[in-house]
Design a protein around this ligand. Structure first.
Ligand code: T1G
Length: 685
C-alpha cells in the first residue's frame, strides 16, 4: 500500500484506511493506492466485507482542489467508484467529521454509509463554482429523492448525521467507536448475505411524476443565482438523474463539470476558497495564543449588541457593559428579541436561545470586566470617547487581556498610545449586523503583539467570522475603498445617470444591490454625519438629508419605500432635485452607458486597492478580495476586485483611468504605480 492508504483486517472484514492530512482530500497520491486496494480486496476470497474509513479529524473532505486546472492524473474518482460498485461484498463508508464533495461521492459508491453522531455530509461544489463531478448529482437523488438532493446540491449546505439518517443517506449513526461499529455492521451485512444493490441501481426514490414540482423548485433557486452558472448546472444535473438512464446522466454531469471547472467563475470561487484561508495566516514562528474564556463588550447598542451576540453564538460567556441600567436593559431586550426572531423562523431552538442568553452578564460597572480576556468597545465613534473608555479599561483589565476597538475609521495607533499596554490593543472592525455579517477586519496597530493578533484571528474563525488583518489608515481596507467606489456617484448623477440606472448597472454586474440602494438601507444620515465631521459635502445626498430623507428608516431616501416596504421605488422628486442641482452647476444631462458607470466606480475601487497594497495596509491582493466579497457583496463569481481586475485586463483599467484623469483631473482616477506595474508584470507583488 502507501502511507496514505493502508488496509487492516478484522476477521473477514477488510478496513481501508485513508490518511492524508489535514482533511483526507482525494489527492492523486491517495487515489492510486485506493484503487489498487479496492481491486485487490474485490478479488480476494477471504474478504467478506469492506469498510472505508479515514484517519485524523475527518472523512474525505473532497477532491484535492489544488489539482484543479492541472493535467488530470488517473485514476480519477469516477473509475474508483465504478470499481466499488463492481464489488459484490458489502461495502461500508465509516464517516466522521465531514464527508464533502468527492468524499461523499466516494461514500455513495459504497452499499452502505454509517456515520458518527457529529458528522456532516454534503456536496458543496457549488461554492467552488462547480457541480459535483464524481456522480453525486446522479446517486444522491437515488437515496434521498430529487427534491432533497436539489436543495442540498444547489445550496452546497451540508446536513448532519441525524438528518442524513432520516433522509436515507446513511444507514446507521453511532455515538462512538465508529470504526469498530462499522466493522460489525459490515460483518452483519455479510452474514445476512446479498445481493447488495449499488446506489446506481436504486430507482425507487426517483419519481418522474414529481418533475413539475421539481422544476418549480429549480426555477426559484435559479432566480437567486444572480448570474452564477454553477447553481443552474447543478439543478440540470439533478434533473437528468430523473429523466435520463444512469450512465447518460453521469456523462452529462461530467460534461457540465468540465465546462465549469475551466471557466472564470469557478477559478474565481476557488481563488476565494484559498484566499480566505491565506488571509487568516500570520507570518511568525510558532505564535502562541492567549486563552480567551470570557469576552467583555462595551456598549449594548446596534453594534455592541450584535458583537455580543456573535461571541455568545460561538459559545463564549459575555459581560455586556452599558453606562446606565436603562440602556443595558434596552440592549439586553433587543438581543432577546433578535433570538426570538430566529426561533420564530426555525433557525434556532428554544433551548439554544436559552443557552445563549444564559451566557450574558449585564453590568454598568467597569470593575466587572476585570475577569475578561478580550474586551471589545463599541461606543460612540469619537476619539475622545474611545480614549476615555480605553483609559478606564487600562485601569481595570487584567494583565494580558486584549483590548479591542470596533472603530470603523479612527486611528487605532492613537487609541493604543492612550494606554499603558499598546501591545494588547488592536481593532476588531465588525460589519453591521455584527451577529450576521461574516467579515471581520482585524486592525493591526504599530505595537500590537503578534500573539494577540493570532489569538483574535483564531477566535474569529471559531465564531464563524472571516478574519482579514488590515493596517491603520482612514477606513482601513473596506471603507477606504468604498469611498473610492462612491467618489464619482454624485458626478454621475449630475451628468445625467439616475440612481436606479447606476444601481441597475451594479446588479447587472452581480452585486446584490447598487450604491444608492445600499445607502438607503444603511441610512444616509451616517454618511452625512461623517461628511460634516470632515468638512466635506455631497450636493445631492446632503440635500436629501436636509429634507430628512435618510433612506428606508424614514421611508424616503434616494428612493421611496411605500408603507414600510423595503422595495426601492424611483422618486420623480429626487430626479427633479438632481436635475435642478445639475442646472445650478451648469451641467447638461447626457445618457451614460453601463461601461462608463462601471469604469468610474469599479476601476477607482481597484486603484484604491492597489494603493492599499503599496502602503502595506493589506498584506495580499487576495486579502482585499476576501474583504470585498464577505463585507460588501462583491460577486463571488468575479473573485473580488483584485481578481476581477485580472479578468477585466489591468492594462485596460489603467488606460481608462488615465482617460478619466485627463478629462476630469480628479485624484480618484490617478492610477497607482503598483497598478501600472501589475499591468506589465501580471503580479501584485
Ligand atoms: N482540497 C485541498 N485542500 C483543502 C481542501 C480540499 N478539498 N479542503 C481543505 N483544504 C485545506 C485548506 O486549504 C487548509 O489548508 C486546510 O486544508 C484546512 O482547511 C469531485 C470536484 C473540510 C470543512 O469544498 O470545507 O470534491 O490553509 O482551514 O476550517 O465532485 O476545509 O492549512 O494550508 O478549511 O477545519 C469539495 C472544502 C471539493 C470542502 C474543514 N469539498 N473544505 O474546515 O479547515 S471539490 C469542499 C472545507 C470536489 C468532486 C468535487 C473545509 C473543511 P492550509 P480549513 P477547517
Amino acid at each position: 500500500m502507501s502511507s496514505f492508504v493502508s488496509v487492516t483486517r478484522d476477521g473477514g472484514v477488510a478496513v481501508v484506511n485513508i490518511d492524508n492530512p489535514p482533511v483526507n482530500a482525494l489527492s492523486f497520491h491517495v487515489r492510486e493506492p485506493l484503487m489498487q486496494a479496492l481491486i485487490l480486496l474485490r478479488d480476494e476470497p477471504s474478504v467478506a466485507a469492506i469498510v472505508i474509513a479515514c484517519a485524523g479529524r475527518t472523512f474525505v473532505a473532497g477532491a484535492d482542489i489544488t489539482e484543479f486546472g492541472k493535467p488530470v492524473q488517473q485514476p480519477e474518482l469516477r473509475p474508483i467508484i465504478a470499481v466499488l460498485e463492481e464489488i459484490a461484498k458489502p461495502t461500508v463508508a465509516a464517516i466522521h467529521g465531514t464527508a464533502l464533495g468527492g468524499g461523499l461521492e466516494l461514500a455513495l459508491g459504497c452499499h452502505f454509509r454509517v456515520a458518527e453522531a457529529g458528522a456532516r455530509l454534503g456536496l458543496p461544489e457549488v461554492k467552488l463554482g462547480l457541480p459535483p463531478g464524481g456522480g453525486g448529482t446522479v446517486r444522491l437523488p437515488r437515496l434521498v429523492g430529487a427534491d432533497k438532493a436539489l436543495g442540498m446540491i444547489v445550496s452546497g449546505t451540508p446536513i448532519n448525521a441525524a438528518e442524513a439518517l432520516g433522509a436515507g443517506l446513511v444507514d446507521a449513526v453511532f455515538d462512538s467507536d465508529l470504526t469498530a461499529r462499522a466493522i460489525s455492521f459490515a460483518r452483519d451485512m455479510a452474514a445476512k448475505g446479498g445481493p447488495f444493490m449499488p446506489v446506481r441501481d436504486r430507482n425507487d426514490r426517483l419519481d418522474p411524476a414529481g418533475l413539475p414540482e421539481f422544476d418549480e423548485q429549480a426555477a426559484k433557486l435559479a432566480k437567486k443565482a444572480r448570474g452564477l452558472e454553477a447553481p443552474i448546472a447543478c439543478a440540470q444535473a439533478v434533473r437528468n438523474a430523473i429523466t435520463l438512464p444512469f450512465d447518460e446522466a453521469l456523462a452529462a454531469e461530467r460534461k457540465l463539470f468540465l465546462k465549469l471547472v475551466a471557466g472564470d467563475q469557478s477559478r474565481a470561487q476557488r481563488h476565494l476558497f484559498f484566499a480566505e484561508r491565506e488571509a487568516a495566516k500570520i507570518s511568525g514562528k510558532d505564535l502562541s495564543r492567549r486563552k480567551v474564556a470570557r469576552v467583555g463588550v462595551i456598549g449594548a447598542g446596534t453594534m455592541g449588541g450584535g458583537i455580543a451576540m456573535a461571541f455568545a453564538n460561538g459559545g463564549y460567556p459575555v459581560t455586556l457593559l452599558e453606562t446606565s441600567s436603562e440602556a443595558l436593559e434596552r440592549g439586553l431586550a433587543t438581543i432577546d428579541r433578535n433570538y426570538a426572531v430566529s426561533v420564530a423562523r426555525g433557525s434556532l431552538s428554544e433551548d439554544a436561545k436559552r443557552q445563549r442568553l444564559g451566557l450574558f452578564k449585564g453590568t454598568t460597572d467597569y470593575g466587572d470586566l476585570a475577569d475578561c480576556d478580550l474586551i471589545v468597545e463599541a461606543v460612540f465613534e469619537e476619539m475622545a470617547v474611545k480614549k476615555d473608555v480605553f483609559g478606564r479599561l487600562d485601569a481595570v483589565a487584567k494583565s494580558g487581556a486584549i483590548l479591542a476597538t470596533n472603530t470603523s475609521y479612527l486611528d487605532v495607533n492613537e487609541i493604543a498610545a492612550s494606554t499603558s499596554r499598546p501591545q494588547d490593543v488592536l481593532g476588531l472592525h465588525f460589519f453591521s449586523p455584527a451577529n450576521v455579517m461574516k467579515l471581520l477586519e482585524i486592525v493591526r496597530a504599530e505595537r500590537t503583539d503578534a500573539d494577540a493578533l493570532a489569538t483574535v484571528v483564531e477566535l474569529a474563525r471559531r465564531i464563524g467570522k472571516v478574519p482579514v488583518i488590515v493596517g491603520v489608515c482612514h477606513g482601513f481596507v473596506g471603507n477606504r475603498m468604498l469611498a473610492a467606489r462612491g467618489a464619482e456617484s454624485e458626478a454621475l448623477l449630475l451628468e445625467g445617470a439616475t440612481p436606479s440606472r447606476i444601481d441597475r448597472a451594479f446588479t447587472d454586474f452581480g452585486w446584490p444591490m447598487g450604491p444608492f440602494q445600499m445607502g438607503d438601507l444603511a441610512g444616509l444620515d451616517i454618511g452625512w454625519r461623517n461628511r460634516k465631521a470632515r468638512g466635506q459635502t455631497a450636493v445631492i445626498a446632503d440635500a436629501l438629508c436636509e429634507q430628512g430623507r435618510f433612506g428606508q428608516k424614514t421611508g424616503r431616501g434616494f428612493y421611496l419605500y411605500e408603507n414600510g416596504s423595503r422595495v426601492s421605488v424611483p422618486d420623480p422628486d429626487v430626479e427633479a432635485l438632481i436635475r435642478a442641482k445639475a442646472a445650478e452647476n451648469g451641467i447638461a444631462p447626457r445618457t451614460i452607458g453601463a461601461d462608463e458607470l462601471i469604469e468610474r466606480t469599479l476601476y477607482p475601487l481597484v486603484n484604491e486597492g492597489a494603493k492599499i497594497l503599496e502602503e502595506k495596509i493589506a498584506a495580499r491582493a487576495s486579502d482585499i478580495d476576501v474583504v470585498w466579497v464577505n463585507g460588501y457583496g462583491f460577486p463571488v463569481g468575479k473573485g473580488g476586485p483584485m481578481f476581477w481586475a485580472g479578468l477585466e485586463g489591468v492594462d485596460k483599467i489603467v488606460a481608462r483611468l488615465d482617460h478619466w484623469h485627463e478629462r476630469t483631473g480628479r485624484q480618484v482616477f490617478r492610477a497607482s504605480p503598483l497598478l501600472r506595474r501589475m499591468a506589465e508584470t501580471g503580479s501584485w507583488e
